[in-house]
Design a protein around this ligand. Structure first.
Ligand code: HEM
Ligand code: HEM
Length: 178
């Protein structure tokens, strides 16, 4: 077992603030109230910050460290089916696809949410419909994201949620780099 540092503080603070903000807006506060707009815009700000950090941040935080790849993702599905283990220090290929999906969906939610507060788009049906559909898609994605995190933690013997809290991953001795 070796312990390696993977997630810098910005990635971890980003992640758990995003979880709090998204959950508050999707489940708890009144969508017609001011807190909904303030929290929603804060989430959009977090995503913007994460995109900048994806370009200039630490090694595993950079987009270049987890490029979207269909073939690598299919390879990961094959590993899951055959029981072969390939440990990724940073994000896995399927994890990467989910991250891009979530970031893009959050941008659509934030942009349409903001549009509803402007004179030009206030009361325009399609904007509200896109906002709602994108929220539903994000909720489905989050359920899949959480399920995948727990399934992959069990398969690989690495506590992934803990690593997003502490910044460190415990790599089993048999694991390979990647
Ligand atoms: C309790 C629920 C959640 C848990 C346990 C969880 C856990 C994790 C873990 C372990 C990772 C790193 C995966 C890896 O090792 O590659 C991750 C990444 C990520 N998660 Fe979650 N997650 C949760 C909820 C959410 C929610 C609600 C969202 C968004 C709405 C979200 C968005 C993301 C994003 C964008 C990343 C990429 C982080 C980065 O590189 O900056 N997660 N999550
Ligand atoms: C994390 C991001 C966000 C989430 C999860 C979210 C979620 C939601 C949900 C669940 C609804 C209710 C849809 C329905 O009626 O079924 C809603 C409506 C709405 N949201 Fe958001 N939202 C987010 C960001 C924003 C932002 C950034 C703004 C504006 C700055 C905004 C403004 C609105 C408005 C104006 C409505 C319509 C309220 C009404 O029914 O009159 N949202 N949002």
């Amino acid at each position: 077992m070796s312990e390696i540092r993977v997630w810098d503080p910005l990635v971890r603070i980003f992640h758990w603030s995003l979880v709090a903000g998204f959950t508050a807006n999707a489940l708890f506060n009144d969508p017609e109230g001011k807190p909904h707009e303030v929290i929603g815009l804060a989430v959009l700000g977090l995503v913007a910050l994460r995109i900048i950090w994806g370009l200039i941040g630490t090694r595993h935080a950079r987009f270049a460290d987890f490029p979207p790849s269909i073939s690598a993702s299919l390879g990961q599905v094959e590993e899951m089916a055959t029981g072969r283990k390939h440990i990724h220090k940073g994000h896995s290929p399927l994890g990467a696809l989910m991250i891009y999906n979530l970031l893009l969906t959050l941008i659509v939610i934030g942009a349409t949410g903001y549009m509803m507060t402007t004179l030009a788009f206030f009361g325009v049906d399609w904007v509200e419909e896109v906002h709602e559909s994108a929220v539903t898609w994000a909720e489905i994605s989050v359920i899949a994201h959480i399920a995948a995190v727990f399934l992959e933690s069990r398969r690989l013997g690495i506590n992934l949620p803990k690593s997003m809290l502490t910044g460190y991953k415990n790599i089993p001795a048999a694991g390979k780099d990647g």
